[in-house]
Design a protein around this ligand. Structure first.
Ligand SMILES: Nc1nc2c(ncn2[C@@H]2O[C@H](COP(=O)(O)OP(=O)(O)OP(=O)(O)O)[C@@H](O)[C@H]2O)c(=O)[nH]1
Length: 332
């Protein structure tokens, strides 16, 4: 299930459950003749149902739907106004489902801020005109509800972030994996089309990979791969990104880099790798295939294929070299 769908379900569930709870309070108050509280609960139920409908209407932009903040701010403000005006101590308990809903629906900081704004007047009202024991118990209950809810949401956000990092990062090297490459490359192509800036890519491969694996084993090759990744992170500039394709191949995306630039950086990478003594391995040479986006290149496939073919060209021409293949240009 995607993050957007998961949020659509949890938001709907939260709004729906809170609407049921507040509506049952409305019916109870109607039964006992507390008409002001009945109307308050009815208005809150309507706002909660509006939240439910809004969730479904914005189900494709759930992560950035701004209307939730307005709806929840309205609910919180309504409750605070009622607590201040109605002088009914039982209303303070209605804050509990709102605290949970704020945290469930809004981003953590927004949810916490709104909940704090709700808690201050609610706790103030509880201490005003009630016994200290009752006020203490209610205040602690509300604070505990907020703290546990916030802790749980923080924990969830943390796990979700770690899972996302794991999904796009190569566990051996810490570089991005190929799954993330197409996504980023497509974004960079769109950006280059929109801004007119040059975009270049490099496909880098170790020479003599089979011999290295035979001599030093899979572990030796993995260690070398990890060291080369660290080395590459030190050579490329901020804004460039590095991806691992398999245990001996890398892909680099170089935004704002023209043909002359990619030739310079490819040569710099080739030389810096070739000149170094690699621990446990000795000398290493690499072949690099480079290309720059032409105005006919609108998809990731053409750029990736061309860089790969250029890398094979470099290999065929004796390895330890870089080969540049020009981009596809069409008359506009
Ligand atoms: N994307 C990218 N391009 C590079 C990098 N290093 C050099 N280049 C390209 O090569 C060109 C010449 O680079 P240099 O020889 O370092 O000259 P420079 O004048 O110091 O380059 P700047 O970094 O632009 O100041 C740059 O303008 C870039 O287009 C790099 O790490 N990443």
């Amino acid at each position: 299930m995607t993050e957007t769908r998961l949020r659509t379900w949890t938001h709907s569930f939260g709004y729906g459950l809170a609407a049921l709870f507040i509506f049952s309070l409305a019916l109870q108050n109607l039964r006992y003749g507390f008409y002001e509280l009945f109307y308050l609960a009815l208005a809150m139920t309507c706002l909660l149902l509006a939240g439910l409908i809004y969730t479904f209407v914005c189900r494709r932009q759930q992560l950035s739907a701004p209307g939730h903040l307005l709806i929840l701010a309205g609910l919180n403000a309504g409750l605070v106004a009622a607590i201040l005006v109605l002088d009914s101590p039982g209303v303070t308990h209605w804050a509990m489902p709102l605290l949970i809903l704020n945290l469930l629906v809004l981003p953590l900081r927004q949810g916490l801020s709104l909940s704090a704004l709700l808690l201050v007047p609610v706790i103030g009202a509880v201490w005003f005109g009630n016994s200290a024991a009752y006020a203490l118990m209610t205040s602690m209950g509300l604070i505990l509800t907020l703290a546990v809810g916030a802790l749980y949401i923080w924990h969830y956000d943390h796990i979700a972030q770690s899972a996302e990092d794991l999904a796009i990062t190569d566990p051996v090297t810490g570089a991005h994996n190929s799954r993330f490459l197409d996504e980023t490359l497509q974004k960079e192509i769109s950006r280059a089309i929109a801004t007119g800036h040059p975009l270049s890519v490099i496909n880098l491969s170790f020479d003599y990979t089979d011999e290295i694996r035979d001599l030093h084993g899979k572990a030796g090759l993995q260690n070398l791969f990890k060291s080369v990744t660290e080395h590459l992170f030190g050579v490329i500039r901020a804004g460039d990104s590095l991806y691992t394709l398999n245990d001996s191949e890398f892909f680099l995306i170089l935004p704002f880099t023209p043909e002359e630039g990619v030739r310079v950086i490819a040569e710099r990478i080739r030389r810096s790798i070739g000149e170094r003594e690699w621990s446990g391995i000795g000398r290493l040479s690499v072949s690099l295939g480079c290309t720059t986006r032409g105005n006919g290149d609108t998809s990731t496939v053409s750029l990736r294929n061309r860089a790969n073919q250029a890398m094979h060209q470099a290999r065929q021409r004796g390895m330890d070299s870089a080969w540049f293949s020009p981009g596809e240009s069409v008359d506009i």
